[in-house]
Design a protein around this ligand. Structure first.
Ligand SMILES: NC(=O)c1ccc[n+]([C@@H]2O[C@H](COP(=O)([O-])OP(=O)(O)OC[C@H]3O[C@@H](n4cnc5c(N)ncnc54)[C@H](OP(=O)(O)O)[C@@H]3O)[C@@H](O)[C@H]2O)c1
Length: 295
């Protein structure tokens, strides 16, 4: 039995779909308020709970062999990085160990080891990585770059307006990962002996400048992009103002600022390592977007 947390998220949904396509038994950890109908239809067992509750986590781990931790903070999350990205994962690791889980796959983030002080999600994930490595559980840690699926709503907006909003330096490099490839790597990490107790940087096969994303949208929709490019210090202005009214939001914007201000790409050697270990070719961003947008 696989336990998947964040099963209604961009990645978690794909992990559950893939496991069910392979006819593997899956328990999907979902919140009562989430959109989980599709998971149930695909034959996943639902565990309705809240990752801020340790008892829910302990119950969800009963009878589980493999855990894929794919939850994270999003707009609907209360509690922020400390509760969701840190505490819930520590509780999940403890409960997995107590339940005799064979393998634990943790979705971290690319650049987690660069010591970004201003990014609560990065700090939480680095602490979880260390805890998992010291836990005695078999593990795989995946450190992905940005997900291609996050670009789908932006692409749909671009289709209507032709506008692409690019905050900060347009030449910053990135290697956006196909969310389907990442789901496959997460699933196969659980049983691939070469992924045992390993850390993988995970990205797409190409290093792109952020402006290239606008160009790809332009090619897909046959439309010249209008790039709106405000400087990063405007975000800093918003953050300072927020500090007076909503310090939590101000802190979480630190993670966004870190993502916008830095480069997140994997090297050719890291691409080769993924393709050799998992035995398939990583999908370029344009191909991922065309597959979804032409459907
Ligand atoms: N997106 C990226 O570009 C990116 C890049 C690198 C790493 N990552 C990491 O990859 C993982 C997956 O990201 P994603 O974009 O797929 O996430 P996502 O779409 O934001 O989904 C987050 C998931 O966590 C669940 N969740 C949040 N709080 C919960 C709680 N209290 N109890 C139970 N479930 C809860 C959400 O449930 P609801 O549906 O109920 O809200 C949702 O299923 C995360 O760890 C993220 O940090 C993401």
């Amino acid at each position: 039995m696989f336990l998947v947390t964040g099963a209604t998220g961009g990645l978690g949904r794909r992990v559950v779909r893939l496991l069910r396509e392979r006819e593997m038994p899956v328990r999907a950890f979902v919140q009562l308020t989430s959109r989980y109908g599709e998971l149930e239809q695909r034959g996943a067992e639902l565990f309705i709970g809240d990752l801020r509750e340790e008892r829910d986590i302990q119950k969800a781990c009963q009878g589980v062999e493999y855990v894929i931790s794919a939850h994270g903070t999003n707009a609907s999350t209360e509690g922020g990085a400390q509760a969701i990205d840190y505490r819930a994962n520590i509780d999940l690791i403890d409960a997995a160990k107590a339940a005799g889980v064979k393998h634990f796959v943790f979705i971290s983030v690319l650049g987690v080891d660069r010591g970004y002080e201003d990014a609560p999600v990065f700090k939480a994930k680095r602490a979880v990585e260390r805890y998992l490595q010291a836990s005695g559980l078999n593990y795989t840690i995946l450190r992905p770059s940005g997900f291609a699926s996050n670009l789908l709503p932006l692409a749909e907006r671009f289709q209507q307006t032709g506008i692409y909003l690019l905050i900060g330096d347009a030449k910053t490099r990135t290697s956006i990962v196909s969310t389907d490839d990442l789901a496959r790597i997460a699933v196969e990490s659980a049983t691939n002996s070469e992924a045992q107790n390993q850390i993988f940087a995970v990205g797409g096969p190409d290093i792109l400048e952020r402006v290239d994303i606008a160009r790809i949208f332009g090619r897909i929709f046959n439309r010249e992009p209008v790039i709106v490019n405000p400087p990063l210090f405007l975000l800093d202005g918003v953050r300072s103002a927020l500090g007076f009214v909503n310090p939590d939001a101000q802190r979480s914007l630190g993670t966004l600022r870190t993502l916008l201000a830095n480069e997140f790409f994997i090297t050719q050697a890291e691409v080769d390592r993924l393709e050799t270990t998992f035995g398939f070719k990583l999908e370029p961003l344009e191909s991922f977007l065309r597959r979804y947008l032409s459907a």
